[in-house]
Design a protein around this ligand. Structure first.
Ligand SMILES: *Cc1c(COP(=O)(O)O)cnc(C)c1O
Length: 369
């Protein structure tokens, strides 16, 4: 069965319906006790780009394997960039996205860095609208759940030489999800990594590319084995300045109410949550300073009580308190190891806006249905 979903902005997406879509009962079963990123909806959006035709063939098709040639460039040279954002079910039944244009624009910046073609903001928005409209029943309504959206670009050029791909596919998949860290707002422990770096000057730290994550798995595994939840990376040039976690930006709260976060320097991924948190803190009359933060300053500050809270933030895990930080030469508890008041308040404020429990004075929420 084929029809089209017209779009108010971009071009229309053709719909090829999944003949094996979940029944209402099967879907209800899958939406029970949701974890993060394990369940997927019945369909996905797709747009193909070729050097000759540009972006074309906008469609929604059954979710499933994507056959590709074994010489496809993504499989050899990691020509991949992605995004992550959530669709929230409000109490009135409507479905809203959080600042989706920021993700669309960041996907373009990431694509540029990896010599992939940029998808227009209109196509990005139209793909989400078309998929979410079709899959609206998959947007869960239990507390702390959402439909996690994963747009990505892959080079599907069939060529083993190294060049900017002449064929690329954009795909959008959707995963009804529960909390990234189950068990409510529980502080995480962080290992400060000394041997490995996430990004370096002139590298790809500012691009949301899969390769950055592949390189983070070995240090992440080592941290798990030591009993830590996450890794904090330092700058590659001096090994002394805080950058970010593997997939989250970091903040430190001082006893005088000032909040510090590493400045965007080309190595750090510029989080949508990060910029939203800065805005929310400033509107609570807290002073936010974006600058270099040395590990020595952070560690000393935590030890002498100058720094009272540390938290990490990103779309998947929202705002997550850090209760303990350690490395080869130190091990400190942040505050009393429990979520601090600034962390708890900004998390509550942000999620209240996202789930429609509070007014959105910023125009951040974007209605889809
Ligand atoms: C995605 C990501 C973040 C968080 O960005 P959000 O837009 O807030 O989700 C932070 N750091 C890295 C490395 C990331 O990939």
């Amino acid at each position: 069965m084929t029809d089209t979903i017209a779009s108010s902005t971009g071009e229309a997406f053709r719909v090829v319906r999944n003949p094996h879509a979940a029944t209402d009962a099967e879907r209800a079963e899958k939406l029970r006790d949701l974890a993060f990123g394990l369940q997927f909806t019945d369909h996905m959006a797709r747009v193909t780009w070729t050097a000759d035709e540009g972006w074309h063939d906008r469609r929604i098709e059954p979710y499933g394997p994507i056959p590709m040639d074994p010489a496809a460039s993504v499989l050899h040279y990691a020509q991949e960039v992605f995004e992550g954002l959530k669709a929230y079910r409000w109490a009135d039944g409507s479905i809203r996205l959080f600042r989706p244009h920021a993700n669309a624009e960041r996907l373009q910046r990431s694509a540029w860095r990896m010599a992939l073609p940029e998808l227009s903001v209109d196509d990005f928005m139209a793909s989400i609208r078309a998929l979410v409209e079709l899959e609206h029943a998959w947007v869960p309504d239990a507390p702390e759940t959402s439909l996690y959206l994963r747009p990505f670009l892959i080079g599907t050029d069939v060529f083993l030489g190294l060049r900017a791909p002449k064929r690329v596919d954009y795909l959008l998949i959707a995963s009804p999800s529960g909390p990234y860290f189950p068990g409510g707002i529980k502080p995480v422990s962080i290992w400060v990594e000394r041997d490995y770096h996430r990004a370096g000057p002139g590298g790809t730290g500012a691009a949301k590319c899969g390769g950055n994550y592949a390189a983070s798995l070995r240090p992440q595994m080592a941290a798990y084995e030591r009993g830590f939840d996450q890794v904090l990376y330092l700058d590659a040039a001096t090994g002394s300045v805080l950058e970010e976690l593997g997939g989250m930006n970091v903040f430190a709260v001082r006893a005088d109410g000032t909040v510090l976060t590493p400045i965007i320097n080309g190595n750090i991924l510029e989080g949508v949550t990060r910029s939203s948190v800065i805005r929310l803190l400033e509107d609570q009359d807290l002073k936010v300073v974006e600058r270099d933060i040395t590990l020595a300053e952070l560690r000393q500050g935590i030890e002498d009580g100058e720094i009272t809270e540390v938290f990490a933030c990103g779309t998947a895990a929202i705002v997550t308190p850090v209760g303990r930080m350690a490395s080869t030469d130190f091990d400190v508890t942040v505050g009393d190891g429990q979520p601090g008041p600034v962390t708890a308040a900004v998390r509550e404020r942000l999620t209240a806006i996202q789930y429609g429990r509070a007014e959105d004075p910023y125009g951040w929420m974007h209605r889809v249905l």
